[in-house]
Design a protein around this ligand. Sequence first.
Ligand SMILES: [Ca+2]
Ligand SMILES: [Ca+2]
Ligand SMILES: [Ca+2]
Length: 122
Amino acid sequence: MNKYSSSALIIGSIVLSFSAQAKTDTNNDGFFSREELIASSHARIEKKFAQADANHDNKITMDELAGQKLSVAKAADADKDGVITLAEAKKHSEATVDKRMAKKDTDKDGKLSKEERQRKTS
Ligand SMILES: [Ca+2]
Ligand SMILES: [Ca+2]
Ligand SMILES: [Ca+2]
């Protein structure tokens, strides 16, 4: 019986550590640099990609994306062949980070402070 409860605990902690959010501020300086933002958005993209890429060929076709944000998908498809590669998806996420930086980095030091992240820009 004790055996059962301890293995349940182990499984529980594994699940917990997996669901822990990837941290953006990897060097803990309180700022999100462009590199940190891109690294975290790449990690997100890779996860999403793995979910959407039903046949695991590292390409996402528009029908694999059915029901998802098609406008975003079309924007990411840089060479307009109807297929999004992981490289295209990552490139697109970098452009998104750059756009966000341009908007939010009001003191133009190349990183986002807590205040800059929270400031409403729209
Ligand atoms: Ca940082
Ligand atoms: Ca493409
Ligand atoms: Ca800044």
